[in-house]
Design a protein around this ligand. Structure first.
Ligand SMILES: [Fe+2]
Ligand SMILES: [Fe+2]
Length: 294
């Protein structure tokens, strides 16, 4: 076997060469937004169906969708910065001749373009760069410096899978702005490879763990899932349509529609991680509180 014969990374490298996007040229950044369209699927908005939602005008609801989609994109961008750093750190000791290393570098390149794309989309939306709330931003600083191995890849997979579910629906929705749909389409296409890679890393690494380190990786993964899911909608988005962020946040977290949305976003990744033995009994309550597990 040659150094580059690892089948999954080899296949992913070929696929990256065949199909990758350059958002700089593949997106029409100058096209003005289309009047009357949503910025994301209204039924997936955190307040959909709540008493507060009923009080908003149609225009306010669409405006909320503009801020909420930007918040989710901002959290995606934040997590991409975390995972790029984690992967770069890991590659410091890797053999550059292998397909695995070469694919990991290719993935970092994809993420780098995605972050530019999300940044530019948020700028075009004309809204603040929300990102996660301050204490989660601070926790992320520690995580990106220390995370590695199974929980590193499992955390990457959680963020990628939940956004993937949501974006696959978003990109097909004709009620949504073309810019947002195109950004989603590009992301979905390239992330499919990243998720295959993360799944393979997890499958390879889990059997090598001792009981004790398995427990550690389960705990880290559950906590990352909790913070990522809870961060998707920064409460400040509610203030943009004149709502009290605290009350709106309270109604969003108690909203059965939104609870179902998060469980739907988490369904696939929760199933996979559970199958891999990465969700122990001790972590179920954290997973449930993340709302990604019903
Ligand atoms: Fe990405
Ligand atoms: Fe990714």
């Amino acid at each position: 076997m040659t150094l580059t014969a690892d089948p999954v990374p080899t296949r992913l490298l070929r696929s990256s060469a065949r199909q990758s996007y350059d958002p700089e040229v593949d997106i029409d950044w100058d096209a003005p937004p289309v009047d009357g369209l949503w910025f994301m699927q209204p039924e997936r908005l955190s307040l959909y169906g709540t008493p507060l939602w009923d009080r908003l005008t149609d225009e306010q609801r669409r405006e909320l969708s503009r801020h909420e989609v930007a918040s989710i994109a901002g959290v995606g961008l934040w997590f991409e910065l975390i995972l790029m750093q984690m992967m770069v750190r890991e590659l410091y000791d890797a053999d550059p001749r292998t397909a695995r290393t070469q694919y990991a570098l290719t993935e970092i390149g994809d993420e780098c373009r995605h972050s530019v794309m999300f940044g530019r989309a948020i700028e075009r939306l004309g809204v603040p760069a929300y990102g996660p709330v301050r204490h989660v931003h601070r926790l992320g600083r520690g995580f990106k410096t220390l995370a590695s191995g199974v929980s590193g890849y499992a955390s990457i997979l959680v963020a990628e899978e939940i956004l993937d579910r949501w974006q696959r629906e978003l990109m097909k929705d004709e009620r949504v702005q073309p810019l947002i749909r195109m950004v989603s389409r590009i992301h979905v296409l390239e992330e499919a490879r990243h998720m295959s890679f993360a799944r393979e890393q997890i499958q390879d690494l889990v059997p090598t763990l001792s009981r004790r380190s398995l427990g550690w990786h389960r705990t880290i993964t559950a906590n990352t899932a909790f913070f990522v899911a809870r961060s998707l909608v920064n409460p400040q988005v509610y203030a943009a349509v004149g709502l009290d962020p605290r009350e709106a946040r309270r109604q969003a977290l108690g909203n059965p529609h939104y609870q179902r949305t998060l469980a739907w976003m988490g369904e696939r990744v929760v199933g996979f991680l559970d199958e891999q033995g990465l969700i122990g009994r001790g972590q179920r309550s954290t997973w449930r509180r993340s709302l990604l597990m019903p």
